[in-house]
Design a protein around this ligand. Structure first.
Ligand SMILES: Nc1ncnc2c1ncn2[C@@H]1O[C@H](COP(=O)(O)OP(=O)(O)OP(=O)(O)O)[C@@H](O)[C@H]1O
Ligand SMILES: CC(C)(CO)[C@@H](O)C(=O)[O-]
Ligand code: BAL
Length: 266
């Protein structure tokens, strides 16, 4: 597996090969969810590239950024074993040589005003800035992203349209623990007891009202809830709770860790 920290070196390697490229952007602390994206890329493309970059411009909460798990050596080993061809792990100054004060902004419209966009102001602008920069560096054929971050996929799709990108965005299903907890790098910050309590998210998808879901989260160790929402899976417009087809999304805090998850009902 090739390892790069400089964009120019990554580019000269990738673009001399003439092969189709699958790209999996991540923030590291890799788990089976990330590796499933890598597997999908390997099936669909001749070369698979993963990036590891904890992007400061998408964190609205400085303590969330400070506590974000970093496990670079273990990540590199996992990617090697998964058959990743190249990993890109740039520094902040490599990604943002002119600083982060005056960055491009994107007219993302409605999806930026709701749910994650509402509770994490500026988050999706930061995601779009870094994904746009990474795509310019990697110039992939296909981009692989996970449905755990459902709204992120909608926002990145919009960014691809705004930038007239020809990259195909491939959505991959959420990978869960055997008990149902959506795998997430932030789970590393939970105690074993909190991981069991956090199953209330998965179980809550089967409850018949937003109120019952929220009550159950609060009774099972969650200290606060940003939202439990029911939306149309295509438009993301809110609709009556549980009326199919629908997507139920949740964001809630346990032990100071903010978890998100969602489930589609067709
Ligand atoms: N459980 C999962 N199943 C499938 N894809 C996932 C899963 N978790 C993360 N991904 C995807 O991996 C990519 C990188 O995500 P990221 O590095 O933020 O990991 P994460 O585990 O979601 O971290 P966190 O939840 O702490 O933000 C994103 O496209 C994300 O949707
Ligand atoms: C897409 C991404 C790698 C951009 O930093 C991040 O938002 C993530 O890991 O989902
Ligand atoms: N998984 C989305 C990246 C973030 O939470 O900032």
């Amino acid at each position: 597996m090739k390892q790069f920290q400089k964009t120019s070196e990554l580019q000269s390697y990738l673009h001399s090969t003439g092969k189709s490229i699958g790209f999996v952007p991540t923030m590291g602390a890799l788990h089976e969810g990330h590796l499933a994206l890598m597997e999908a890329s390997k099936k669909a493309c001749e070369l698979s590239v993963c990036s590891i970059f904890v992007n400061p411009t998408q964190f609205n909460d400085p303590s969330d950024f400070d506590k974000y798990p970093v496990t670079l050596e273990a990540d590199l080993e996992k990617l090697r074993n998964a058959g990743c061809d190249a990993v890109f792990y740039p520094s902040v100054s490599e990604m943002y040589p002119n600083g982060t004060a005056d960055l491009k902004s994107y007219n993302l419209g409605f999806p930026e005003t709701i749910l994650e966009g509402k509770y994490r102001p500026g988050h999706f602008q930061g995601v779009c800035v870094v994904v746009d920069l990474l795509l310019q560096a990697v110039q992939p054929t296909k981009l692989f992203m996970g449905e755990k971050d459902y709204q992120q996929i909608a926002v990145v799709q919009k960014m691809l349209e705004l930038t007239n990108s020809s990259v195909e965005l491939v959505k991959c299903p959420t990978v869960r623990s055997a008990e149902g907890l959506a795998l997430s790098s932030r789970n590393a910050r939970l105690s074993e007891e909190q991981k069991i309590q956090a199953l209330a998210i998965y179980k809550g998808f089967n409850l018949s009202s937003e109120f019952a879901f929220k009550q159950s989260l609060l009774e099972n160790g969650f200290e606060s809830i940003d939202y439990v929402a029911c939306v149309d899976p295509t438009t993301l417009l809110e609709k009556p709770y549980g009326e199919k087809p629908c997507l139920i999304l949740v964001a809630a805090f346990i032990g100071g860790v903010r978890l998100i998850d969602n489930k589609t009902f067709s």
